[in-house]
Design a protein around this ligand. Structure first.
Ligand code: S3P
Length: 169
């Protein structure tokens, strides 16, 4: 199993999909997996059941998936490694955990356009999004940093990132 983690907007899903094609392995987006299992969108889960419920099922489904130990490329949600000691489970499950590291400037630029379907930041404005992301990244950094491999994903194409990760496997 190859696992991609990183902040929202770091390109986990896009890179994961391409990497899976290159390696001829199935691809799984963990948010989509949760949505399928629950039968509703992540946004609706946050709205109707709250973030604590989301973090609880995120942990349970992650354990379930890691126990199955299927060969695949798995892209996590931005918060997945940062709760319930999920990072320890991930590191134990495979030697191939990759952190896609993208700078705050690029994240802000991307997330301003793509925040509506992300309940953690959907309510933020152009004025307060940069400060929020700065603090949030700082909090999450200690989890992301534990990944086996750190990939500098600034100013690189998906193809370049896929080749870089492919060479490390
Ligand atoms: C979250 C990131 C989302 C999704 C949920 C919470 C987070 O995934 O799991 O909205 O806490 O960072 P993406 O990183 O794929 O947007």
């Amino acid at each position: 199993m190859i696992i991609l983690l990183g902040y929202m907007g770091s390109g986990k899903s896009a890179v994961g999909k391409s990497l899976a094609v290159k390696l001829n392995q199935p691809f799984l987006d963990f948010d989509e997996y949760i949505e399928q299992k629950e039968g509703i969108s992540v946004t609706t889960i946050f709205q109707e059941k709250g973030e604590i419920y989301f973090r609880k099922i995120e942990h349970l489904y992650l354990k379930e998936l890691l126990d199955e130990n299927r060969n695949m490329v798995l892209s996590l949600g931005g918060g997945t490694p940062c709760y319930s000691n999920n990072i320890a489970l991930l590191l134990k499950a495979t030697p191939h955990v990759f952190y896609l590291n993208v700078g705050i400037g690029t994240l802000v630029e991307r997330l301003l356009k793509e925040k509506s379907h992300r309940p953690v930041i959907a309510h933020l404005t152009e004025e307060n999004l940069p400060e929020f992301i700065g603090k949030h990244l700082f909090e999450r950094n200690s989890f992301y940093q534990q990944a086996h491999h750190h990939v500098n994903a600034n100013k690189k194409t998906i193809e370049e990132l896929v080749n870089e990760i492919g060479a490390l496997i």
